[in-house]
Design a protein around this ligand. Structure first.
Ligand code: G4P
Length: 525
């Protein structure tokens, strides 16, 4: 029994793709799903993306699709592995859920547009992965277009993100002149324009790289050889240990659109990415192959059907085997719960899941039992997994109830939604006004919608824009430090924080008040 569980868990690879919008995440995801046979047609994932469900018609589209989250988690089998890809939405869908999703994966794939280099959103997501110390694989995309040189890209990766890199392959040319890649790992050249096995050029009889036909006597080939020599002599050493700790990123070059380098990437990724690892809980480490079933909720998708107020709680399984109808404890309350309805998310369709193991993600129908961060387990010990971090909000609104007679519902709604992790709440010290903080605009829209539909309260949200949040040590803070450019607030745990108008206001404050130590629990800016 344990053996098969061990084998099953050992075959799991659970990751998220992190990127800045337009780097090619959807395209790469689609290509991976095609390899895995999870979808038949290119365009399936893309069609969902262009649904533009970030804006105000998001909820409407949710309804039309029944359950919209089908593309939040995608699963496929490939070469003896069961791969789970978790979506990390970008654009306006960007929310705390995006960050929390990274708590549920065992590794991350960072896709970067080679022409643009490392962009803002990638940096933020990267930092969350770094904080967790999980392996990060890099895919420099769009090699079929002219972009920054591979050496520039590597330097940027190391400088901007502060991570060592090891190129698993190296491009020969780029854009119009893109010939292919030198696969350092298999010691062969993979040619861009060839099909099937002819794509690969192994070493020649002298153990040297074969010259692709179109490169005979070309200076590009000489240049590539020089670069490869430089990498071998001056580049980082390959180290599986460093990869596992997230200190060294294996780097791949390719073109998702033309499916070039994608399979090479997938094969190497599956080889070096970790299966589910033990996770810390209040009782000590929980082993993924332990017989006790356990997992934690990292995301709650609300209001699929406003009539029933039903929600789906996303559970990352951390140990044991899920079986439909099993009885578990909710550690926070000690309450037993029967897991009779569960959903597995596939790219094409939603299916009922009967069995799943550590590394898998399942959706549990929720009638209000779960909060983000909750642990469920069959263990009588009722341990809890480490608390999910609170992410530093960047966008703020001032919120009031439209109808003053609805204060009671207003407060109840706000407090429940805050506790559930949908949004963060602050109170200004001066006026005791409620401010809501979020990392993405969508969180406000969901909040407004849920207040109306679940608590019957219309809210007025007044934008106060983006702010830099810094917490402060309580002893040193007094109300005189409040100003319009450094708004003094208390968070929901009654801790002081300042909302700074911009970097300048923050620096100015630091200069004027060197005694007040400011800190940012999650330095994601
Ligand atoms: P995202 O999910 O990260 O936001 O990016 P997505 O895959 O949607 O890709 C963004 C754009 O970049 C798309 O073009 C896509 O076709 C293109 N793209 C992705 N990978 C490659 C690549 O390897 N090479 C090149 N040249 N382009 C690539 P679009 O014009 O915005 O969309 P579409 O009209 O092609 O669908």
């Amino acid at each position: 029994m344990v053996d098969t569980l061990q084998e099953e868990v050992g075959s799991r690879r659970t990751f998220a793709i992190i990127s800045h919008p337009d780097a090619g995440k959807t395209t790469l995801t689609e290509k991976l799903l095609l390899f895995g046979g999870a979808i038949r047609d290119a365009g399936t994932v893309k069609a969902r993306k262009t649904g533009k469900y970030a804006t105000s018609d998001w909820m409407e589209i949710e309804k039309q699709r029944g359950i919209s989250v089908t593309s939040s988690v995608m699963q496929f089998d490939y070469s003896g592995f069961r791969v789970n890809i978790l979506d990390t939405p970008g654009h306006q869908d960007f929310s705390e859920d995006t960050y929390r999703t990274l708590m549920a994966v065992d590794s991350a794939v960072m896709i970067v547009d080679s022409a643009k280099g490392i962009e803002d959103q990638t940096i933020k997501l990267f930092k969350v992965c770094r904080m967790r110390g999980i392996p990060i694989f890099t895919f420099f995309n769009k090699l079929d277009r002219q972009g920054k040189t591979p050496l520039e890209l590597l330097a940027e990766l190391e400088e901007v993100l502060g991570i060592e890199s090891y190129p698993m392959n190296w491009p020969i040319g780029m854009g119009k002149d893109f010939v292919g890649i030198y696969d350092r790992f298999h010691n062969r050249i993979e040619q861009f324009k060839s099909e099937g096995d002819e794509r690969f050029l192994p070493l020649n009889e002298d153990g040297e790289l074969a010259v692709p036909h179109e490169l005979k006597n070309s200076p590009l080939y000489e240049q590539t050889l020089e670069e490869i020599m430089l990498l071998t002599e001056a580049g980082n050493q390959f180290s599986e240990e460093k990869i596992a700790k997230g200190e060294l990123s294996p780097v791949f070059f390719g073109s998702a659109l033309t499916t070039f380098g994608v399979q090479t990437f997938l094969d190497a990724y599956l080889k070096f990415a970790p299966a589910p690892q033990p996770r810390n809980a209040t009782s000590g480490e929980v082993n993924p192959v332990s017989n006790d079933f356990s997992g934690f909720i990292f995301k709650i998708q609300a209001n699929m059907n406003p009539k029933h107020r039903d929600r789906i709680a996303f559970l990352r399984i951390c140990s044991g085997k899920f079986e439909r109808g099993m009885s578990v404890f909710l550690s926070r309350t000690g309450k037993p719960i029967n897991l009779s309805s569960s959903t597995q998310f596939l790219a094409d369709d939603r299916a009922t899941v009967n069995e799943a193991v550590s590394g898998d993600i399942i959706g549990l129908y929720d009638t209000g039992n779960y909060q983000i961060g909750d642990t469920i387990t069959t263990s009588k010990e009722m341990y809890q997994f480490e608390r999910l971090p609170q992410f530093t909000p960047e966008l703020f609104v001032r919120v009031t109830a439209k109808n003053v007679m609805k204060q009671k519902h207003f407060h109840k709604g706000i407090h429940q939604l805050v506790q559930e992790g949908a949004i963060q709440l602050f109170k200004t010290v001066r006026m005791e006004e409620y401010l809501l903080g979020a990392v993405g605009q969508l969180q406000f829209e969901v909040f407004e919608h849920r207040m109306r539909n679940e608590y019957n309260v219309e809210v007025i949200m007044e934008r106060i824009g983006s702010k830099i949040t810094r917490w402060a040590e309580d002893e040193k803070v007094d109300e005189s430090l409040h100003s319009s450019r450094s708004i003094l607030v208390k968070d929901r745990y009654d801790k002081y924080a300042f909302l700074f108008e911009n970097e300048f206001a923050l620096r100015w404050f630091n200069d004027k008040n060197p005694d007040v130590k400011l800190y940012n629990p999650m330095d994601l800016r």
